[in-house]
Structure formats: C-alpha cells, structure tokens
Design a protein around this ligand. Sequence first.
Ligand code: UDX
Length: 441
Amino acid sequence: MFVRRIAVIGTGYVGLTTGACLASLGHDVICADVDADKVARLTRGEVDILEPGLADLVAEGIAAGRLTFVLGAASAVRHEPEVMFLCVPTPMGVGGVADLSIVESVIEEVRELLPADCVVVNKSTVPVGTADRTEELLDRADVAVVSNPEFLREGSAVYDFLNPDRIVVGGSKQDAAERVAALYAKLGAPTVLTDAPSAELVKYAANCFLAMKLSYVNAVAELCDRLGANITDVTEGMGYDKRIGQAFLQPGPGWGGSCLPKDTSAMLQLADAADFEFRLIRATIETNTRQRQRMVEKVRLAVTGKRNGSLSRRRLALFGLTFKAGTDDLRDSPALAVAALLRQAGADLVGYDPALRQDTQHPDLSSVTVSDDPYQAAKDAEAVIVLTEWPEFRSLDWQRLAESVRNPIVVDTRNLLDPAVARRAGFEWIGLGKPLPAPTA
Ligand code: UDX
C-alpha cells in the first residue's frame, strides 16, 4: 500500500474520525482546524467528542508520529499534501439549502497554496454539483476535486470507517478518484468509482431511503396500534426478506440527529431546483413531524384518560434527551421535539439522560429541568416517557421508580423496556404498535 501525505480540514466528528482512521491505516495525516484551543487540546491527545475508540486512535496516531494538528487550512497545505479532505460543516441554511460558505472560504484560503497534482476530496454532505463548482472555484487545472461521501453513524463512527459497507468516490478525473479509493485499499470494501454528481447523490439517496424506512415503520406501528397487531412481530416477519433486512426497522418517536433531517430537506431542495416534485420525501418528512405529535397524543391519553385531556401543570419525567443512545448529541433530537410539544401543552418536564449532566447548557433544553438522577427525575411524575433507547434504562430499579412516581405509567416510545418487567413493578406499560395484554382472570 502507498503511504500518502494527507491533510484533513476540519476536526469535527467526521474530520477527526477520518484523520485518526487514515493515520491508523498507515498514512501521514495533518489535521487543521480554525479553533486554536481545540488544536492545542488535540495535540495533547484530548478528544472532546464522545465516540468509542476515537480517543485511542488519536493517541496512537500522535505517538506514532502519523497524526498532527495545526491551526488553519493554509498551515496544513504548506506540508504539501497529496490529498486534502474537506470535512467542514455544511449547515442547513435558509429554506433547507446547504450553506457552503465554509467550504468556499477554505478553497479561497488554499487555492494558490495547493501543490500540483493534489486531489481535493469533499467528504461533507453537499448539494449535487458542488464538486464541479469547487473545481471551478479552485481554477487549477493541475488539482482534481472528487466527492467521497461518508456514511458514519454517530456512536460507531470509528467502527463504520474501518468496516465500511462500501467506498464511493466520484470525480471527473478517473486517476484522481482511483488514487483516493486506494487510500482505503486495506479495508477491502466494495468500491464504486463514478462521476462526482453520482457520488454526491449516493449520500442523499441513501440517507433519505433510511429516513423513509423509518417513517414507514413508524406509520406501520400506528396501524398496529389501531388494528391490535404487534409491530415487533410484523417487522421481524418483514426483515427476514433479504431485500428488506432487519436493520433500521425499530419504531420510535421520529428520526432525528445531525444528518437525516438535514439531508431529507436538502434532497427536497435538490428535487425542487430540478423541477421534480419528490412526493415520497415530502411524505417522509411529514410522517416524521406527525410521529412527534402522535407521541404527545399517546401521553395525553395515558395521563388524562381522554384524547383531549389537558396536560397543563402535569409533571412528566422524560427518560432520554439525546437523538439516539450512545451519543451526547442533542441536534435535532426527536426527544427534544416531543419535549417542546409537551411543554407547549403546558406540562412540567424533568429529564434524565445518561449522557447529560444537570448543568448541561443547550438552547433546546430550556423547557426541561435536567436531573442527574433517574429516581429524582421520576419523583411525583404523572408518567415516565422513554424517548431515547439507552439500554441502561432497562436495568433501572422499576419497583423503586413505581414507588416514587405519582402515577405508575410508562409511555415507552422506543419499545425499549421489557413490558413484563415494567408491569411486574406495578407500571402500566404503553409502547408503540403493541397490543394491550389480555386481561388475566
Ligand atoms: C445517519 C446515517 O445512518 C449515517 O449513515 C449517516 O452518515 C449520518 O446519518 P446518525 O445520524 O448517526 O447516522 O444516526 P442513525 O443511527 O442513522 O439514527 C438516526 C435516527 O433514526 C435517530 O434518531 C435514531 O434514534 C432513529 N432510528 C434509527 C430509529 O428510530 N429506529 C431505527 O431502527 C434506527
């Protein structure tokens, strides 16, 4: 394998994972960020992202001399990289359009400094056409731009990087795309070499498909509720079909996080701009919005016994606030979206999350009082609402919780708990798409 000199611009979760993993594959990696404190911390091996295995890889890379950190893209480029990865944020801008201003400013900064024959790789999720536009902005015939989308999940980003289902690289210059694909040769993954627009579209098409799968399963769970069917058995039965698969079939309070909401909106924008009405994606997003409201309706019915009962001043304990288990990320968290709707309905909310502390600051946490202790959070609550699938909730002392709540009701929006355990502890357990147990004689 060729060892390449690589620059990675941006040390967020994608950039740092990319840098540390490429170093672990034997490449020489220099990572740049605009935040001087962060660069200093990373140089000391301090990683502030909760990502299993990442801190170890960073430490190993630094110790082996294969991973260094510098301030600013220009400093990284002065080391004459053969390949430069762009891993900077592309936030959702006005009207759901990806905001490319950071990508553009990095290109401006390095334009004249890039060594001849360098390949610029875009890893950030960007609208179709960005690689071609970047090539125009760069205006360097001797520098190629390729798209190489990442498919990393938060909480397993290192594992996903080192065990990819596939590598996708697209660009107008075949040899540049091949050079980038070769960086991953050790991983032995199927590789799709294509043009830049196709590579860029793979990312959106894959993430939107995943979001659509989840909206579909959440809608099927609603139907199960209405028809008295059991969603767990239905999805198991579906999932054995190899064309469907068992993964990503778990109903929940709606999908969220830093990617799926952003990418579904961007896909709609892309389609609109191409004068194509992508109804399936619009319905996927609407079904997700509806799913959050449906969770509130479930809570309302459970707590008040009526479809139109008032939640005003009702104290509710929220278990889980992050967008999924295994992360401390609150971005576009469905749990917080449900919390905001409950708050609007007048409920008093106390939240507990294994990844958050009482003093965690986040603008969307303003409607929830965060507690460090699940039993404290549940005290005098009129219902416990499980919103994130943290496995540790299963091993809480549900008997003790039953004694401290005002009403022993648990609305489990992740179907996480064993209903038999909750019921034995004295709770009424309400899940998603789960028939009520037959009354015992
Ligand atoms: C996602 C994609 O999976 C990844 O490939 C892409 O690169 C980035 O976006 P991530 O945002 O980390 O990754 O989270 P993911 O594990 O996909 O979960 C997304 C949302 O769907 C979460 O809110 C999660 O709780 C929810 N989800 C996931 C379900 O409700 N049910 C499931 O079965 C799976």
